[in-house]
Design a protein around this ligand. Structure first.
Ligand code: ADP
Ligand code: MG
Length: 321
């Protein structure tokens, strides 16, 4: 099977009528037509074997996750997906692997009406690079620099399960087997919060998707918006799989886990009802976990509202009080 046969067999699919795609796979460029008056939102993420996934990961799950992490960036901006490109480096043309990878990839693409419009295919170490294209109304993007002091701070879903599953798969001593199935699904098949992101456009101020840990990623919003934040630890939603951990490990999963792909966003206290209506309309759980502050410091508050010294967060000490 040559390169073109491989592309034709696994990656060329008819593009649905009514999509933004004027011309899909097969020419030198794809042509996209965004809705009149809209801005383009563009994001790229690369997944490298050994760094972002295990060599033996289920290829269907890998297809899902490769696109999910990119769609999550569109969600975090409040954008609607238009299409994506796929650059693939493959050690060999393994039919079974390719067909499973494509099935996971296209199941998620179809669920969000986000067609594959082009890409590149080459032989080399396994490496998957996707670029997504989306659109949104001018002025409605949920930018990291748009947080305001006094804003409420919200989190979709819950954090920490992906970190637990990773530790269990790696055999880290604090996370004994068996691997928790629900946590593993969060690690391998994250849900991009697209409906929530679009529902929040025009309501929320700043947003990002949590990929490297809640506290570290919040730091990006705080730096860009020149504000601080208080997180109420007791408000953080905790998955059943994390409830059994001791407190320090649980907090590390919740606050510094990574691979969560939940939305962390801020909104004025006056729009609380609108935020909760957006959560309901999009079928996404949303929890208020704190607020942005004028003083540019990140504090973790206990149930009595007292700041907690959190030694596990030493890596984030530049936010320490
Ligand atoms: P070029 O020589 O211009 O780089 P290619 O021969 O690499 O073009 O690709 C031929 C067509 O197949 C192009 O339209 C390209 O976008 C598409 N394509 C290549 N690899 C992929 C892939 N992995 N997924 C989707 N489309 C692909
Ligand atoms: Mg090429």
């Amino acid at each position: 099977m040559g390169e073109f046969e491989l592309i034709r067999r696994h990656f060329v699919r008819p593009v649905a009528a009514g999509s933004a795609v004027v011309l899909g796979v097969g020419d030198d460029c794809a042509l996209l037509r965004p809705s009149p008056g809209h801005e383009l939102a563009i994001s790229t993420d690369m997944l490298v074997e050994g760094r972002h996934f295990f060599a033996d990961v289920d290829p269907a799950a890998l297809g899902h996750k490769s696109l999910a992490v990119n769609l999550s960036d569109l969600a975090a901006m409040g954008a609607r997906p238009l299409g994506f490109t796929l650059a693939l480096s493959l050690p060999r043309a393994d039919e079974a692997w390719l067909s499973a990878f494509a099935s996971g990839l296209f199941a998620l693409a179809d669920a969000h009406a986000c067609p594959l419009v082009g890409g590149d295919t080459t032989r080399g170490p396994l490496n998957i690079c996707i670029t997504v294209f989306g659109e949104l109304r001018p002025g409605q993007a949920l930018r990291r620099d748009a947080g305001q002091p006094g804003d409420d701070l919200y989190l979709s879903g819950r954090t920490g399960e992906a970190r637990l599953a990773l530790a269990q798969l790696r055999g880290e001593p604090w996370a004994p087997p068996p691997v928790n199935a629900e946590a593993r699904a969060r690690l391998e098949r994250p849900t991009p919060r697209l409906a929530l992101g679009q529902a929040l456009a025009g309501i929320a101020h700043a947003a990002l998707d949590v990929s490297d840990g809640l506290v570290g990623d919040l730091g990006h919003v705080l730096a860009a918006s020149a504000v601080g934040a208080d997180i109420e630890l007791a408000a953080l939603p905790v998955a059943p799989a994390l409830a059994a951990l001791d407190e320090a490990q649980r907090l590390e999963c919740l606050l510094a886990g990574g691979d969560d792909y939940e939305l962390l966003f801020t909104a004025a206290p006056g729009v609380r009802d609108d935020v909760m209506a957006a959560a309901r309309a999009s079928g996404t759980p949303v929890t208020r976990i704190g607020r942005l502050t004028e003083r540019p410091v990140l504090r973790l508050l206990d149930a009595d509202g007292q700041p907690v010294a959190q030694p596990l967060l030493r890596g984030f000490d530049h936010f320490a009080d």
